[in-house]
Design a protein around this ligand. Structure first.
Ligand code: APR
Length: 320
């Protein structure tokens, strides 16, 4: 049986970490595509040499030629620039929108059957634009944010409850940004909902509110500490979990930015919701019953994403 081929579009900090995980988890071979070809080639060589020690045989290839992604089963997109000091949100949007156009066309031409996972920020608007530019079926294009935001939420909850992260499940919905919606009612320790744990005296509502707030600002906390760049280990692990569910048809239920057509009362946009990922991509969008506050917060988040989409439409007339 042929090995899976995973195209990593963008071979920066997240791209390199993705390639490492592809090797360590023996998910298949990877192409590291970047406009900066030599660093991508250097990273690929370094990673393959780590494979000699770790015992993995993944073929990792750096390139700046889209033809090399031909036939990819999965494309994970991190290409773009991060927001730098002095750069406005609109500047970032303009640059990354152009990158999405180039990437979308590359995927459309060379890997139209791939499952595409977008990580580039601002996430919900970029995954929408990438889908528009690529023309791929909506169920084959998703955005990675919810798994990462939920991972942060789960870690903080596990630390507060002093239990293993393995036993903590949590959901973060909505757009990736300050308006994301961590949902306490659907967060559990081994099936016990957080509100029940509060009643049992395991923690307090005040502490939960602080954790929700820290989760919302989770990316910024790391940017502030790193001083140069943004998080890459947890984002890479999160995207790999999604790729793994697709490649192995695991049908995991994960929060991710998915195309809505009526679910949660919204249509024609991407935003973070629970989805089942299997061999066809998005197999199902799960509509959970949100409480009044979560519903209100989800609405605020949806509006913030729509605002970004409108800004994209003004920048590129080809976006309907
Ligand atoms: N095509 C391909 N690669 C590109 C393009 C392009 N048009 N433009 C930029 N790149 C490459 C850069 O050369 C760089 O190697 O994208 C890579 C981005 O890597 P980093 O700057 O290291 O960023 P990273 O930390 O990996 O994050 C990537 O994910 O979380 C988001 O906000 C983050 O949008 C950012 C993205």
């Amino acid at each position: 049986m042929a090995r899976n081929k995973i195209a990593l579009i963008g071979a920066g900090m997240i791209g390199g970490t993705l390639a490492h995980l592809v090797g360590l988890k023996e998910l298949g071979d990877a192409v590291l595509f970047d406009i900066a070809a030599d660093p991508a080639k250097g990273k690929s060589l370094d990673l393959m040499q780590s494979g000699t020690v770790e015992g993995f045989d993944s073929d990792l290839k750096g390139t700046d030629d889209y033809a090399d992604i031909a036939g990819a089963d999965v494309c994970i997109v991190t290409a773009g620039v991060p927001r730098k000091p002095g750069m406005s949100r609109d500047d970032l949007l303009e640059i990354n929108l152009k990158v999405m156009k180039a990437v979308g066309e590359g995927i459309k031409t060379h890997a139209p059957d791939a499952f595409v996972i977008c990580i580039t920020n601002p996430l919900d608007a970029m995954v929408w634009a990438l889908r528009e530019f690529s023309g791929l079926p909506h169920e084959k294009v998703v955005g990675m944010a919810g798994v990462l935001d939920s991972a942060r939420f789960r870690l903080f909850l596990a630390q507060e409850f002093n239990v293993s992260v393995e036993d903590v499940t949590a959901f973060v919905l909505g757009g990736h940004g300050d308006t994301m919606v961590p949902v306490l009612e659907y967060s559990t320790v081994a099936g016990i909902p957080v509100p029940d744990l509060i009643k049992m005296g395991w923690s307090t509502q005040e502490k939960m509110d602080a954790i929700v707030d820290r989760t919302r600002k989770g990316g910024g906390e790391i940017v502030g500490l790193l001083g140069n760049g943004s998080a890459y280990y947890a984002p890479a692990s999160s995207a790999i979990a999604m790729a793994d569910s697709y490649l192995k048809d695991k049908r995991r239920l994960l929060p991710a930015a998915a195309w809505l057509s009526g679910e949660y009362g919204e249509s024609g946009m991407y935003v973070g919701v629970p989805i089942v990922i299997g061999q066809n991509g998005v197999e199902k969008i799960v509509e959970i019953d949100l409480g009044d506050e979560a519903k209100k917060n989800f609405g605020v988040s949806v509006d913030a994403v729509k605002e970004l989409m409108d800004a994209c439409k003004k920048l590129d007339g080809s976006l309907g």
